[in-house]
Design a protein around this ligand. Structure first.
Ligand SMILES: Cc1cc2nc3c(=O)[nH]c(=O)nc-3n(C[C@H](O)[C@H](O)[C@H](O)COP(=O)(O)OP(=O)(O)OC[C@H]3O[C@@H](n4cnc5c(N)ncnc54)[C@H](O)[C@@H]3O)c2cc1C
Length: 449
């Protein structure tokens, strides 16, 4: 334990953000308790409270780095799932803007797995810590507030599905990691505070996902396959990732109602309509192992806690509960991991928990800004998208069209692009003189280099 900041901490939600948060808090509190509404089992599972985990989840390099720092043996566990650690650019088969991005030696590796498998490995490691426990099957119903109304002192929890008395849990710090449906805005109002301002940008995204058998002896069976649209001309996307124990997870989807149907024939014909055949080839020749699951995501949603003047002490919010992005860009887990790592940095520098929320929400806002701008900027390519459009959006998108085309043959532009996608470098790095010059050269010549 680096430094003791209190006796006990509570985390609302035992999913990706909650688990990582609990891992971090275990360095600063004698006891950390995760309160999770769903019953949780010691297996890879998609629970009711996180239905999105049935769908394809890619973990960006920045997210993987952060996880590996907090769970040193995590990679070993993931590798035992059957997929190797592969160079991200060598293993990707990514069709966009009329061609495949060049494959080259990138030097940054990634691993693909299903979200339940990743979370199970995180959960095993978090719950093995001597000072962390999970109270699963309990829903948080409201916050406990001090008599003077200035700080959160604990949680009022209720056992799910049983007619038992509610319980109160006291803590020195409470963190809400209960996902997009977080009730913090409502709880704040109930406690006499104002709820945060919200930004929404519509995307009308829809996923349809099925798992297939994967013959690992076939060439290309470890490729990460992405087919993304040339917006706004095209609205649909498809992806297939090799996941543990010889399986493909295939997600088809699109923007603004262009969703794949959940019946066999409709799913297949949607895949056939994609601008490249790779996903269709996989699903038309592989044995399905599951039904087709669907998920709708109407809009990216951001809660501006950083703008609140009054906020109770000893209470923070993290992960999708702060910001949930159009999932088609794969940023949610990495954003949560970056927020958790920032919390760790703040706690390291802290001697008391008093007033922590001000610095915390300011920091979180700066972290979330980048993936938020990237996601909504892309979504504004579609005329149906509604929300606040930042100045310069159309210019950035026009430039990005040229970046995409340049990635078809120029590995230098490809590497710069992948660093941005993986949240290793900021988007502004694509405007550095060397990249700008290469993109302009490819544009002027009317072909990529
Ligand atoms: C279709 C889809 C695909 C996605 N693909 C990707 C991807 O490729 N890459 C990526 O990085 N991200 C992806 N995401 C985003 C990713 O799923 C989220 O960013 C991530 O799950 C956020 O984790 P979280 O812990 O904040 O919230 P969640 O995972 O939503 O978990 C919230 C938890 O809180 C619990 N809970 C809720 N209310 C209460 C309560 N009152 N009391 C107790 N417990 C409660 C829930 O049961 C749940 O376990 C995708 C999202 C969707 C919708």
């Amino acid at each position: 334990m680096d430094k003791l900041l209190g006796k006990s901490a509570l985390v609302i939600g035992g999913s990706f953000a909650g688990l990582l948060t609990a891992r971090i808090l275990s360095d600063y509190f004698e006891q950390v308790t995760i309160v999770e509404r769903d019953p949780v089992h010691d297996v890879p599972e998609s629970r009711k409270g996180q239905g999105q985990t049935r769908h394809l989840h890619g973990l960006l390099a920045q997210g993987l780095n952060i996880l590996a720092g907090y769970f040193p043996d995590l990679m070993e566990g993931l590798l035992r799932g059957g997929n190797p650690l592969l160079d991200m650019a060598q293993s990707m088969r990514w069709y966009c803007y009329g061609g495949y991005r060049a494959r080259f030696e990138f030097g940054i590796s990634g691993i693909s797995m299903s979200r339940p498998f990743l979370e199970w490995h995180m959960r095993q490691r978090v719950l093995a810590l001597p000072n962390v426990s999970m109270q699963d099957g309990y829903a948080v119903e409201k916050l406990l507030i001090s008599e003077n109304g200035k700080q959160v002192t604990g949680l009022h929890i209720v056992r799910q599905g049983e007619d038992t008395d509610a319980e109160n849990l006291n803590a020195d710090l409470v963190i809400d990691a209960s996902g997009r449906g977080s009730r913090t805005p409502k709880w704040l109002e109930e406690s006499g505070y104002t709820k945060p301002e919200e930004s929404t940008v519509t995307c009308g995204a829809g996923y349809a996902t099925r798992v297939y058998e994967r013959d690992v002896s076939l060439p290309g069976s470890f490729d990460w396959v992405f087919i993304t649209p040339q917006a706004p001309k095209e609205y649909i996307a498809g992806a297939a990732l090799p996941v543990e124990h010889g399986k493909w997870i295939v997600s088809l989807g699109g923007w603004h109602g262009h969703h794949a149907p959940a019946d066999e024939e409709g799913f297949l014909s949607f895949a056939r309509r994609l601008p490249a055949p790779d996903v269709y080839n996989i699903i038309s020749t592989s044995r399905p192992l599951t039904d087709i699951a669907t998920y709708k995501f109407p809009a990216s949603l951001r809660r501006h806690y950083e703008k609140l003047v009054y906020f109770p002490d000893k209470y923070l919010v993290l992960g999708d509960a702060v910001c949930s992005f159009n999932p088609l860009y794969g940023q949610g887990m990495t954003s949560a991991a970056m927020q958790a790592a920032a919390l760790d940095q703040l706690l390291k520098a802290q001697h008391s928990l008093q007033g922590l929320h001000t610095a915390y929400f300011r920091k979180i806002a700066s972290i979330v800004d980048i993936p938020w701008q990237t996601a909504v900027c892309e979504d504004f390519r579609f005329p149906e998208t509604k929300g606040t459009k930042a100045p310069g959006t159309d210019f950035i998108n026009a430039y990005m069209n040229q970046v995409h085309r340049a990635t078809h043959r120029d590995p230098a532009v490809g590497a710069a692009f992948l660093k941005v996608v993986n949240m290793i470098e900021p988007p502004a790095s694509l405007l550095s003189p060397s990249i700008l010059w290469r993109v302009l050269r490819s544009m002027v010549r009317g072909r990529t280099i």
